[in-house]
Ligand binder design. Sequence first.
Ligand code: DGL
Length: 271
Amino acid sequence: MDARPIGIFDSGLGGLTTVREVRRLLPGEELVYFGDTGRVPYGSRSRDTIIKYARQDVAFLRQFDLKAVIIACGTVSTTALDILCQENSLPVLGVVAPAAQTAARRTRSGRIGLIGTQATIRSGAYERHIAQVRPDAQVFAQACPLFVPLVENGRTRPGDVVIETVAAEYLAPLKQAQVDTLVLGCTHYPLLEAVIRSSMGPQVELVSAGAEGARAAAELLRRSDALAPQDAPGGLKCYVSDQVADFSRLASLFLGWDVAGQVEHVDIDRY
Ligand code: DGL
């Protein structure tokens, strides 16, 4: 048993897809979330910059006495997971391997679509993990650089002509490739689930990196007997590097409960 909090971070709102799933699976856990809203997006930046930001994010979170850190960000998971694991003495868990393994197991045709940030697609990490489980699978990858800024601006709803136009253009090659499974390789994308689902059609199974990462982390904590006591109330405290109000509004909408009093600003450049 381990009552210490779990640290979770992302470049912005996207990691809340992991928070939501961890809360659902392990409601007794204390969660500390950092969203680097002042520097989002990460996915269009260089490898060196992503590693520098990720190190600062972990350094901030490690001020708390954590039992584990979840990188709720596809971009950081594909680019900096190994480095962060080497540099930290506590478990640092990513979202890529769990999502890739689930997609590889679920596909029937072996035709898997992958959407992610430019850095994630460039890394080839999903393809490597998928090939380990399903060597005959074909992965059709598409970078979607405009998705993250649109999500951060709340443009997530079906009927919003901007997001629908952008989604139609990004997803067209994957529809043409007739994928039967689509990996949402960036943790922001489940906030666009309704838009993506209506564009791809009901026959395509969506696999969320954020949710799969949460499931794998919950499993690991359970196996290592590191869960919070069963009667623990659980909780969530959020920190962001830009305006608290904008994040609070969108986070409350997405999580389905009011986080307004639980969000604080942090100067991430100090770390
Ligand atoms: N949500 C992140 C990811 O999963 C980062 C997106 C970004 O900042 O570009 O890739």
